[in-house]
Design a binder for this molecule. Structure first.
Ligand code: ADP
Length: 190
């Protein structure tokens, strides 16, 4: 199963990705997690990403695309992967398509998690209190939502046109959302 997850920050992509990765026995690749791990260990990549992440902006494509290209060369993606947080704009979606064409292993589905804005904002503010992520401050949250609407949402049309898009509501309890995602995915080619 080669799968991309898309949805606004706070839609629960990370949580669902973990369950789906376990269900399909494939790796969960979160670009946000990779950036945060690099920040923590103080690598050059982490330094390059930090100012953008702190402001809620996208890390430049030149940095992000190469990081994902490299990650997709690892042995563990032989049976598929779940990409969470990538692509985040149409240019990244085109790079991903080219990488996968080269590997003769195109995407099989793009799962969109949708939730109303008010719900998203409430969840992010709640998460801010618990996780203390530096980019979960109110002004940065606002910027991340704008970036999502302006730059990321267009990939939904891109993937709908490719015939890959599946939409699932991200409102409700976590198990029910996982179950509807698995049921929707069972209808796509394996
Ligand atoms: P969330 O989905 O909650 O917004 P993520 O953990 O996916 O958070 O991403 C956190 C930050 O990491 C983003 O705001 C952005 O700065 C950076 N980032 C993650 N993925 C990408 C990407 N594909 N392109 C550019 N920047 C990214």
């Amino acid at each position: 199963m080669r799968l991309v997850l898309v949805g606004p920050p706070g839609a629960g992509k990370g949580t669902q990705a973990q369950f789906l990765a376990a269900h399909f026995s494939i790796p969960h690749i979160s670009t946000g997690d990779i950036f945060r791990a690099n920040l923590k260990s103080g690598t050059e990549l982490g330094k390059q990403a930090q100012t953008f992440m702190d402001r809620g902006e996208l890390v430049p494509d030149s940095v992000t695309n190469e990081m994902v290209r490299d990650r997709l060369t690892h042995d563990d993606v032989a049976n598929g992967f779940i990409l969470d947080g990538f692509p985040r704009n149409v240019a990244q979606a085109e790079v991903l398509r080219a990488i996968l064409v080269e590997k003769k292993s195109p995407l099989q589905a793009v799962l969109e998690f949708s939730a109303p804005d008010a719900e998203i904002i409430a969840r992010l503010l709640h998460r801010a209190e618990i996780e203390k992520r530096v980019d979960d401050k109110e002004d940065v949250i606002k910027r991340r939502l704008e970036v999502y609407a302006d730059q990321t949402a267009p990939i939904i049309t891109f993937y709908r046109n490719e015939g890959l898009l599946i939409s699932v509501s991200a409102v409700g309890n976590v198990e029910d959302i996982t179950a509807s995602a698995i049921s929707a995915l069972s209808r796509v080619a394996q």
